[in-house]
Write a protein that binds this ligand. Sequence first.
Ligand SMILES: [Zn+2]
Length: 354
Amino acid sequence: MRQITITPSIEALAEKYQKMLTGKLPIATYPVVVTMNLPKYVEDLRNKFVDATYSIKEPYMSAKRLRWRNLRNRDKYAKYLKALQKRLDDGLLINHPSKFKDEIEIFSTLLTSEEMKQKMKLGTRANAKAKTFIEIIQETLCYKEIRQSIFPQFVRDLGIKTCVYCNSQFAVTDEDDRGYYQLDHWKPESVYPYLSVCFFNLQPSCASCNMHKRDDKREYHSIWNESKTEGNELYRFTLPNASLARYIMTHHTDELAIRIEAVNNTAHLALLKEKLYIDSLYDQFTDVAEEVVWKRMAFDQGYLKALSNTSALKMLKQSDVNRFILGTYDKPEDIHKRPLAKLTQDVAKQLGII
Ligand SMILES: [Zn+2]
């Protein structure tokens, strides 16, 4: 819908996040204060691969029976972990999305995708669970803990409450009896586990978009705009004139059609239409567009001016008066604060209300 420019205050938030994850800033989580040190956890894991006496087994088939033998290529995995530790020390966690391709280039030369998917058992416990190397990296980088206890406070500070893809739902779901932000990885963690906790790779999304997008390796838009020249707006809603005219004649909600147009990149919108069904999703919200049309018909400019001068609203800023009239935020940069804010704003602009 709309990208967010990375401002100095967002950079500062990312810096704080990095400090918390690298042991430089304690993390206050009720009821205790803890520290987290991802480079150290990766180093500890690497030491296991370097220590020849530490047992790491891989499965193989022998006489149609699954057996376990010592992992080959331990040194390759150790080298990968050394690189990961170094990158974590050098700012991997707060890399901007445009830099991800450099990281991908580094790590893809170190292990093949088959080696990344290699199942292994760490340690000698008889019931040790076999995990892929990807899963081991995700666990070592504490993705689950970060998603549940650390990243939500940053999402709140960023003011993102809705799904960054559809803007039609809140990005909050419940799990284990608690609400938390559902996070989508812009670059999938199942392929790039080293990007699994990068600040600018985590995008709040609704359960439905996250589910549809899962396992789709194609490039969706990043929520972050790093370009100095391109605008932040990606898509725009309009009510086609013919449908608006039919609606004004008949007052049938079904006559209103909502059109979604790409502002810059048509490929991204095509993906949202094909994979996230954004067209049929918004077909369900013609009543929201209808309410904006009613406002246009009922409130002329004189009325709107008189309204802002009433004693109840006089104390408010103009943008808050607009919010009162629209029933949602009126500033483009606030669309992630409320579901359907983008649709309401675009229609209100088309009709000249804001
Ligand atoms: Zn969504």
